[in-house]
Design a protein around this ligand. Sequence first.
Ligand code: RTP
Ligand code: MG
Length: 143
Amino acid sequence: MTTTQPERTLVLIKPDGVTRHLTGEVLRRIEAKGYTIVALEQRTVGTELLTEHYAEHQGKPFFAPLLEFMMSGPVVAAIAEGHGVIEGFRSLAGTTNPTSAAPGTIRGDLGRDWGTTVQQNLVHGSDSPESAEREIALWFPQG
Ligand code: RTP
Ligand code: MG
């Protein structure tokens, strides 16, 4: 039996998740699914990093509130590894809007609408192999 190289994805626990003490719960779900956390760091981030991270959303109405939200408290950045982890973590996270995200998912079980202009939805996960490579290099430039 031959196996292929495992994949890596960037996971962020956003300030709402860290502030609500859900870091352990999110990491528990990733590990329980069978993925490995290969890097983990809590930090506060600035406009420069976030503008690059969310480059695809520049010009959208939620861009400025999104950056403001992401700078409202510490963020936990992690690299998760395993075959299919990019799709697998997006599936664990659930759809973007926490109000309608399916029960059983991180956003569906733990998130809701708090009346803010930007959706506070606890986590981020890279959405493709290209995004994962770009985002991992951005958040963990030391390798
Ligand atoms: P993410 O990039 O954080 O994993 O989430 P996603 O793919 O599910 O969502 P995306 O469309 O990439 O949007 C990035 C983040 O911006 C916030 N957002 N708010 N209309 C809104 O209020 C709105 N739309 C997007 C969310 O925090 C979303 O995760
Ligand atoms: Mg996205």
